[in-house]
Design a protein around this ligand. Structure first.
Ligand code: F0G
Length: 458
């Protein structure tokens, strides 16, 4: 590229005003939220990086598509547009719409898992893990060793540890009903998985007769990383790369709230006819008729268009470069971040940044509170609060204490990035004064959403 400035590959047609708050207002708001950023009112947040899920801006083509939405209960036109779009990319025989990704996980887990089953994944995200454990099965994370080292630079830190997978498959023959690979690997820093790794995982699963599914939420971002980092893919389109990824799997679960560029939606897709029958039956029970899942016809249209837009090279270049731009500023300032930058988010290494806060006092939550109080930025802890609670109620610290700043798609521009960088540099100057937290109240599962915290006295 001749020039370096990140030019957003879109013009703005509709704006959503944001609101500035004072330091005192934010201090009061976080106290009222029991120091859990999930409990804040979004109106009180200036830059909301809680998630990239369902928070993107839709294009004029998606909105136009929504007007075409066919709301027929059965066999609607929008369902067929949706299936064509999904099949162009994945080629899976059966496409089952769901209201979001976790519904697809719920249905797939119900169809395949038994108590005691083992489900390996490069790293399960929270809902995937919760759905596996809900069936009494074991959610086994098998990331490569580099994934656990925030500072180690590796092009495909999202990879599965294939040697470990081979051992698990050999030692548990008959008890592994499903293997998954999550692209990109969200919980380990939004890191990509290489085509070679997907190919090797696929070959192992086929040799052992175990279905291999891709958790495809960020498949387009993963395709871009393969294009720019993996030898032999530079001249391929993101679409062709995505098609190759899916050709190696037996099915996928998808949250269209990410690389579907939609505000709601998801799907489950697969080749196995018998499995599809089972899944459609439970879909009808919980989500809706198989030609709309839990969605409106207009949602299906938005996804049909959005999947294609997510694979646009200009969009992907802008998206991946924005996160990398912010990461470069952090590295230059000596602020520890997961390296290299992830696809959808910058992951701050809270443990490395706040070494005075022990893991038992949740440095990630402490950092989230500081980012909000200082600059009105909302991030999300991906650490021991999210992953530390075990099914038996015991506590086990997570591998890493991260704070994820996840970027909604096509929502923020470069000046927002510059502001975020400025706040982070300011927080760096007060880092040693940031206090840990303790949990005052928590539910039994997925506690990060509703747990109440309080700062630990100095
Ligand atoms: N798998 C991955 C890798 C995810 O990141 C998510 C959602 C899901 C599955 C579930 O999809 O939300 O549509 O039910 N992740 C969001 C996030 C919530 O903030 O990372 P869903």
């Amino acid at each position: 590229m001749k020039f370096k400035t990140i030019v957003e590959p879109f013009r703005i047609k509709v704006v959503e005003p944001t609101r500035q708050t004072t330091d005192a207002e934010r201090a009061a708001a976080i106290r009222a939220a029991h120091y859990n950023v999930f409990q804040l009112d979004a109106e009180d947040v200036l830059i909301d990086l809680l998630t990239d899920s369902g928070t993107g801006a839709m294009s004029v083509y998606q909105w136009a598509g929504m007007m075409r939405g066919d709301e027929s209960y059965a066999g609607g036109r929008s369902f067929h547009a949706f299936v064509r779009s999904v099949q162009e990319i994945t080629a899976f025989r059966h496409v089952i719409p769901t209201h979001q990704g976790r519904a697809a996980e719920h249905i797939l887990s119900g169809a395949l898992l038994k108590p005691g089953s083992i489900v390996p994944n490069n790293t399960h995200f929270d809902t995937t893990r919760a759905n596996v454990e809900h069936r009494g099965a074991v959610a086994l994370n098998l990331p490569v060793a580099e994934a656990r080292e925030p500072q180690t630079v590796h092009p495909f830190k999202g990879n599965m540890d294939v040697a470990a997978l081979e051992r698990v498959l050999a030692e548990n023959a008959g008890n592994v009903p499903l293997v998954m690979t999550t692209v990109t690997n969200n919980a380990q820093g939004g890191q990509p998985v290489s085509m070679e790794n997907i190919r090797r995982t696929s070959a192992l699963c086929r040799a052992h007769g175990v279905p291999f599914f891709i958790d495809a939420c960020r498949f387009a971002e993963n395709a871009w990383f393969i294009k720019t980092r993996e030898p032999g893919y530079a001249d391929r389109t993101p679409l062709a790369i995505a098609q190759e990824m899916f050709s190696l799997a037996d099915g996928c679960t998808m949250s269209a709230k990410k690389d579907g560029m939609a505000n709601i939606g998801g799907f489950l897709a697969m080749n196995d006819d018998a499995l599809a029958v089972t899944c459609r039956n439970s879909l009808i029970l919980a989500e809706g008729f198989p030609t709309y899942g839990g969605l409106a016809g207009y949602d299906l249209e938005a996804i049909a268009v959005g999947l294609g837009e997510a694979l646009d090279p200009d969009y992907l270049r802008y998206r991946i470069r924005s996160v990398e731009y912010l990461a470069e500023k952090m590295v230059a300032a000596g602020i520890p971040v997961v390296r290299p930058a992830g696809g959808h988010a910058l992951f701050l290494d809270a443990r490395g940044w706040l070494p005075h806060i022990p893991q038992s006092q949740y440095p990630g939550v402490a950092l989230c509170i500081a980012l909000y109080v200082e600059g009105g930025i909302r991030g999300c802890e991906i650490g021991s609060v999210m992953f530390g609670q075990q099914p038996d109620g015991s506590e086990r610290p997570a591998d890493m204490e991260l704070v994820r700043l996840a970027f909604p798609r096509r929502v923020y521009a470069q000046s927002h990035m510059d502001y975020v960088a400025e706040v982070l540099l300011h927080v760096n100057t007060i880092a040693k004064d940031i206090r840990g937290v303790r949990i005052v109240e928590q539910p039994r599962v997925l506690r990060h959403f509703t747990a109440k915290f309080e700062p630990v006295p100095r």
